[in-house]
Design a protein around this ligand. Sequence first.
Ligand code: HEM
Length: 501
Amino acid sequence: MACFGCETLLWIVAIVIVLAAAFYFYITWTHRVFKNAGIPGPEPGLLGLVSEYRKRSMGDIDIELHKKYGKILGYYNASLPVLSVADPDTIKDICIKNFSHFVNRPNILPLDKYEKGILTLTRGAKWKSTRSILTPTFSSGKLREMMPLMHTCTENLLKHLEQHAHSGKSVDVATFIKGYSLDVVCSVAFGIDVDSQNEPDHPVIKACIKAMNLEMASPYIVLCATFPFLIGIFESLGIGFMTSDCKSIFTKLIDDVVKERKENPSKRKDFLQLLINANEETKDKEDGLAFTYYDIWSGAVVFLLAGYDTSSIALTFALYNLATHPEVQERVVEEINTNFGKDEVADHDNVGKLTYLQMVVDETLRMYPPLVRTSRLVNEEMELNGYKLTKEMEIFLPIYAIHRDPDYWENPDRFDPERFSPEQKSSRHPYCYLPFGVGPRNCIGNRLALMEIKTVLVSILRKYRVICSPETERPTIELTPGDFMCRAKNGVFVKLEKRDS
Ligand code: HEM
């Protein structure tokens, strides 16, 4: 007769075996989609590409997959099938021609009542109404009004760079630029003035940094991608993707500012005020069309989630490209000197004159698109170019891989701003360049981002020559593995040399 302890152990072993077998059958059942549809792609293994995300950058993974399997392929993120589309004509079909079938993006994580209003994640009618309310807040007039706030952040950045330039040592510009971008988010979206370089322990700064720390291979994402039904369960329990401490810091901050401004109307022309105005103006509209208090929260937070890292990555890589290509840098400086008066401040209106600088920024966004992939969700079963798409299938557009595809870009790893001369631009397929995405669901902040990047570059380049140091990674920069964003793994080190004024 078996002892009690042995019997328990046998039960545990049996349960583990049954669970492991159930998991195996479940996962192989979910991995049947592309084989059934005849769509090429890598063997899924147990968790699809998840183990790859720990080793290599997402951009490099996409390049390799598309080289091997063609412009349209299927892979799995844990149990979730993803159709990766790197063909510009099909991208046009998805994002423009058949947009109504692909309005939404997949949610890879649960969303609570605050997060559901975040524009990048909203769906259907809610997306349409939020997008149309937010679009005017990014108009030229509104951007012009926000410039003075951004200018104050640039002044802070220059102050910090000055201290380090003096030392003659190599500096990680990524850190400085991130600090600057955080100051912009706090000022423009949260209505507070913070100098994050001097106040790294400020609770809002810490919350912003924590809220941005999501990687594709994080346990939370892998769990939800393996068992997607958990997303619904978490949502019904009121659990979202942001940690509760970050959420309560943002909520308290926004509550306080909204309350204060409703009692004492403010003259400050920031994005948060535009959100408060939208809330006032739509409060009598029927349910679903009004811009609610939660939408103010989501509007401010989307600025952080979508606008902070993206702009700082673009700025950082622009400085890297200028340091590694001094002849391009001197041409930009010459253009600035020709078009700007001695003490003229770069602003919304005058940066438009700098056409060569625009080409440099465009080429930087090609080589290092801040968002490595963007996505769409199939909203009903359909056929597209001979492929059978199932309802809820995720479609990813591998921006980084398309930008490095030699079929569209000669010598794709070479930095060459001339690719964006009017002649070269007009001779290229328009959908093989997608740093800001494409179609009605493209980046709402693209003009703001470009204005910000160009004005900051002008301010830095008029003061400093950005040069390589022994620490500058060359010929290319290693990117962080498994990151949605195109982030430099080891920072971006350069030296700053003061220019003669
Ligand atoms: C260089 C900087 C930036 C880059 C490269 C960038 C890139 C992108 C990309 C690729 C998308 C997805 C588009 C698509 O799926 O077609 C996107 C969406 C979005 N971006 Fe940006 N972005 C930048 C800056 C900003 C800024 C400053 C904001 C300001 C708030 C912003 C707000 C958004 C929002 C709200 C969406 C979602 C739009 C929607 O779903 O309707 N972005 N961005």
